[in-house]
Write a protein that binds this ligand. Sequence first.
Ligand code: BGC
Length: 831
Amino acid sequence: MTSSAERPGTDHGSDTGHDHDHDRVIDEALTRLGLDAKTRLLAGQDLWTLPALPEIGLGSLVMSDGPVGVRGTAWAPGDASLTLPSPTALAATWDPDLAHRTGRVLAQEAHRKGVHLLLGPTINLHRSPLGGRHFETYSEDPLLTARIGAGYVTGLQESGIGATPKHFVANDAETERFTVDNLICERALRELYLAPFEEIVAAARPWALMSAYNSVNGSSMTEHRRLQVGVLREEWGFDGAVVSDWLAARHTERAIEGGLDIAMPGPQTVFGAALAKAVREGRVAEETVDTAVRHVLRLAARAGLLEGAAPAVPAQLRPEPLDGRAVAREIAARSFVLLRNEQNLLPLAPRPGGTLALIGHPAREARALGGGSATVFPAHVVSPLDGLRDALPDGTTLTYAAGADIRDGLGRPDEGFELRAVLRDSAGTVLGEEPVVLGRARWQAGSLPGGADFDAVDSVELTGTFTPPSGGTHRFGTSGLGAFRLTVGGTVLFDGVHEPDSRDPMEALTGRPVPRGAVELSAGEPVRVSLVAGDPKMQYGDLRGVVFSLAHNAAGHEDDRLIEEAVLTASAADTAIVVVATTEAVESEGFDRTSLRLPGRQDELVARVAAANPRTVVVVNAGSPVEMPWREDVAAVLLTWFPGQEGGAALADVLLGRTEPGGRLPTTWPARLQDAPVTRVTPEDGVLPYDEDVFIGYRAWQRQRALPAYPFGHGLGYTEWTYDSIGTDGGTVHVQLTNTGDRQGRETVQLYASPAEPDPRRPARWLVGFTPVTAAPGETVRAEITLARRAFQIWDTAASRWTTVPGRYHLHAARNATASRGPATTVEITG
Ligand code: BGC
C-alpha cells in the first residue's frame, strides 16, 4: 500500500534565505557593542536566560530542558508540561517522521512557555546498558540515532524553536561525569560518537549544540578546540552557538579559545566580567570574543529576538498546530515493543463476562518518565489502570492487585505524609512557610516560600506527620548537601553533615538519597517527622537556591501478603497483566546503574503470577534494559519504556488491538548484565578507556559467544510478513514484502551491510538504512531504502579522512540485527 524512503530530515530547519540578511544586521549590531556588553552576552544572566541588550534591540533568549517536554524556567509541578515518551521510546518507533512531529509539538509547548531554545535532543550513544541516562538517549546505533535526532530537530526548528543536540561529545555515562577523561580512538569517535552529531548538523542545521562535561583524550570538551572548532565548524560547517552544559565551563581563556560561545548558567561564570578582564589584560583577543558574539546573535536572530533581523520562521509561517496529547499517545503505542507473544495471546479479545487481572504497583502509579534534568511535570498521567478501565468493553471485569512494592531503594515520601517547609533566620524567627509534596524542598533564591529573603535564611525544616499506611520497618534518608538533623517519632536518625562525595556540583540536584536509619511504626498511627537543614543554601557563583529532600521506603514487610493477593487475583482471571518497572533510584542523572535487576521482589511476583495463570502478559515500564529471568515462562512480554503522560491509554490501545505495537528495539537487550560486551562505566584515576574500539551494541554482541535475550531491531507485530525479494538501483535498495496475516500491519524494514570477506577491522554487519511500510492483509508492497552515505566507509585515521572500503558486500533485508532469513543481494563497491 504505502512505502516511503527514509528521510534524514528535510531542510526545513535551514534559514539560508535569511543568513545574508542576518550577517548584515549582526555585523552592524556588533559595532555598537562595547566589550562588557559583548562578554555579558556570552554568559547566562541566571539559570536559563541570556541578557537582553536594549542598545541593539536584542531580547533575552530563554532556554529550557528537554527532551521529553519543555519544562520552562520554573522547576516546579505548578508549571505543567506535555510529557512525551522517553527518547528510547521515540527511537523504538524507528520513524523520523514521528520524531519530526515530536519536534513540532514541543515547539508549540516552547512558544506557550516563552522558551526560544530547547536543550535537546540527547544524542549520546548506548555504549553500556549501565549508563544512567540511557533512557534519555536514543540508541546504540549512530544511524538510527541520527535519523531520529534529525527529525526532532527539524520539527522544532521549522516551528521557530531552536534545538540543542547534546552532549558534544561522548557523555555516554554518568560516573565522575564532570572530570572523567574518555580515551577514544579516532575511528570510534568518528564512526560512532561524532556520527549522529555530524549527520544532524548536515541534515537539520541545529541552531545550537551543548558541549559536554567530560573530557575526551585529555581535553575538557568545553575547551576542545580540535573538536569544537576544527571538526564541528571547519569540517562540518556548523554555524550555530555552542552552549556549555550547566557548570561545565571552567576556564576563561581555554573555553573561549576552545570554541565555547555561551557559559551557563549565570551570572557568575568564566565568561562575562572574567572574559572582559582577560581581553583587557591581553590574554584573549577581542576578535575571539566577537566570533562567539556573532554565533550568539545569529541564534537570537533566528529566534526572532534581534531587531531588524527576520526570524527564521515568522509566526504566520509556523506549521499547523498538532494535538499534543494525540501525538503523545501515538508515539507511545508505536514505540511499544512486543518482545514475545506465544500463541498470539495479544491482542486480547476480552469475552463478555470475563475478567482481566491487572497487577503491579506501577499499573496504578505509572512511571511516565525518567529522572534528572529531563524531568518535566505532567498535568496528568494516564496509568495502565486508568487506560484499561476506560477502554474495556462493558461486561468485562477489571480486577487490580498491587503485587509488591517496587521501591527497594529510598524513594519519595508520598502516601501518608503531610509535610510543610518552615524557613527560619538565625534567631529562629519564621521567615516563610509552605506545604511541600513528595518531601522535596526546592526553590530558587528569588522565589522562596512567603517571599523569604535568601540572605536571611539560616535553616529550613521539613516538618509534619507521617501516618503509615502499613506497619513495620520504615527506612528514611536525605538527599542534598550540608548539615541535617532527621527525627522520626521522637527518634533522631541522623545528626551530621553530608559532604559531597564526588566532584559533581549538580549532586545536590541529582544525587541519590542517602539512608539514615529505620524505625518500627504501626499502621494508621501518625508520628511527627522533622528534617532540619542547618545550612540549606546551595550556592555556585550566583546560582542560588534551596535544594534538599526527605526520602522514605516502606517496602518489604507487606510484600508476602501483597504477592499472595496478586496470585489469587491472577488465578481468578482469564488473563493476568503484570506491570513491572524501574524507579527513579535506578534510572536518573548523576549516577550510573549498578545492576539490571528489577527493583524489589518484582521478578518473584512475575514468576508466581505466571505459575498461577498461563495467560500472563508482562508489561515492562523501564527506560532501558532490565533482566527478565522469567521471560520464557510468560505468554507475552510488552516493553513500554517510560511512555509519557498518555501511556496508559496507549497501552489499552495496544493490548486490545486498536493499534499494533510498532516498536523495534533500538538497543540490544541482554539476558544478564554479565553477558553484555561493554559494561565498564567507572574510570580509574579519572580515565575511562573505550577499549572496545568501534564495537559497541550489536557490533560487539556479534563478536562474542553469549546471545542477548533480544537482538537490536527485534519487535513483533500483530500480523505476519514474508520478505520476497531484494534489488538495487544505484544507491537505492528495493525490498518486496507481503503481509501474509489477516490484519493491516506496519513493518520496519531494516537493511544491514556485511563485507563478503570478513574484515576484522569492521563489525560483521551494520545498519545502512531502514524504512517503515504498511500493507493490508495479503498485500505485497515495495520498500525503498536509500543507502546511508557512509554505508561502505570507514574513518582512515592515518589519512584523517573517510575512505570507502572497496569489495563485495552483502545487503540483507532483515527483521533484526541477527536474523539470518530474509533476502540478500551482493553489491560490488569500488574505492
Ligand atoms: C544536564 C543537561 C541539562 C542541564 C540543565 C545538566 O546537568 O547534563 O542535559 O540540559 O543540566 O538542566
